[in-house]
Design a protein around this ligand. Sequence first.
Ligand code: NAP
Length: 323
Amino acid sequence: MLIQRHADGATLALGDVPEPELGHGQVRIAVRAVSVNYVDRFVPQGGYGKPPADGVPWVAGLDAAGEVTEVGDGVTGVRVGDRVMAMVPSSLAEQVVADARFTVPIPPEWSHEEGAAAIVALLTECSALSAADGLSAGESVVITGATSGMGLQGVQLARHLGAGRIIAVARSDRADDVLHRLGADLVLHSPGRGFAKHVLDATGGTGADVAVDHVGGSYFPDLVAAAAINGRIVNVGRAAGAEATADLEAFSLKQLTLRGVTFRTRTPAELTGLYQQVRNLDLTKLRPVIERVVPWQQTEEAQGLLSTGAVVGKVVIRVAVED
Ligand SMILES: NC(=O)c1ccc[n+]([C@@H]2O[C@H](COP(=O)([O-])OP(=O)(O)OC[C@H]3O[C@@H](n4cnc5c(N)ncnc54)[C@H](OP(=O)(O)O)[C@@H]3O)[C@@H](O)[C@H]2O)c1
C-alpha cells in the first residue's frame, strides 16, 4: 500500500515494489495484519514522517503481525513458521523484513489481528513506564488520551503491573465501560483543563505518582497540579499541542520529574531492552481492544476512522493476498 504524495497531500494506492532484501539478523514476515496508528491519520494531508527521496515508493504501515517465512544469518530464537508481531516501518505489504531482536512471539491465544493491535501500544506504554522509573505496587497513575489505542493499553498495563488508583482522562465518555473493564478506577472527562482537582480528590489529596500523557498541550498544567510529591510525568504524545506551560514553582516544590519518550531516537540496545520487556509480560492478560478489522483495500477508510472520535480500540487492516 503505497503513499503517493502530491501537491495537496497524499493518497494511498496498491502497487508493486521489489521484495525487501533479507539482511543479517533479520527475518522475513508474511504480513497478515497491520494496525492503524495515530500518525496514519495525517497521510491525507501529506504529513507522514520524513518524505522519502524523490521517486522512491513509500510503503505505509508501522507495525505488523504475521508468520516468519525466512530467517537471515545470525538470527537466533526466531524460526520459520513462528507467528510474530513487530513495530516495523513500511509494513502494509505482503511481506516485510524486520530485525529479529525487534519481534515478539504472538501468544497462541491471540489472532494476528490482536498481535498487530497490541505491539506498538505495548512497546510505547512499557517505554513510558520505564521512563517513569517503573511503577511500584500501589502507585497511582493518571493516563490522558485514555481513549487512544496507546491509552487503552496503558490502563491495562498499569493494572497488570499492580498500580493503585488508575485515573483515565478522556474527552468523551464513549470508552468509559471499556476503560473500567481494563482497570481504570475513575474516568474523568475533560475538554483540556481542570481535571487536577478531581485527581487530587481521587487520591486523597496526595496526587498522582505517575502520569502517562498522550495529549500534551493544555493538559500539561493539570498534570503538574495533579502530581504527587516526587511524581513522574512522562510525555508520550502531543495531540493537543507540542507547547505547554508549567508552574515551575509547583514543579520544584513537588520535586517532579518530566520525561519524554519516542522511538525515533532510540539506540538498538534500548530497543532490544524494550522488546525484552514486552516478551517478559504475561500477554494473555493484556489482550488488546479492537474496534474493527477491515480488508486492506479499505486502508484509507480505516485510517479515516481514527479521526472520527468514535472508535474504541484499535482499527486493524487484514492483509490477505488473495483478496
Ligand atoms: N512517544 C512514542 O513513542 C509514541 C508511540 C506511539 C504513539 N504515540 C503518541 O501517542 C498518542 C496516541 O497514539 P494512538 O495511535 O494511540 O492514537 P489514537 O488511537 O488515534 O488516539 C488519539 C487520541 O488523542 C486524543 N486527542 C486527539 N486530539 C486531542 C486534543 N486536541 N485534546 C485531547 N485529546 C486529543 C483522542 O481523543 P478522542 O478519543 O477524544 O478523539 C485519542 O484519545 C499520539 O499522540 C501518538 O503520536 C507516541
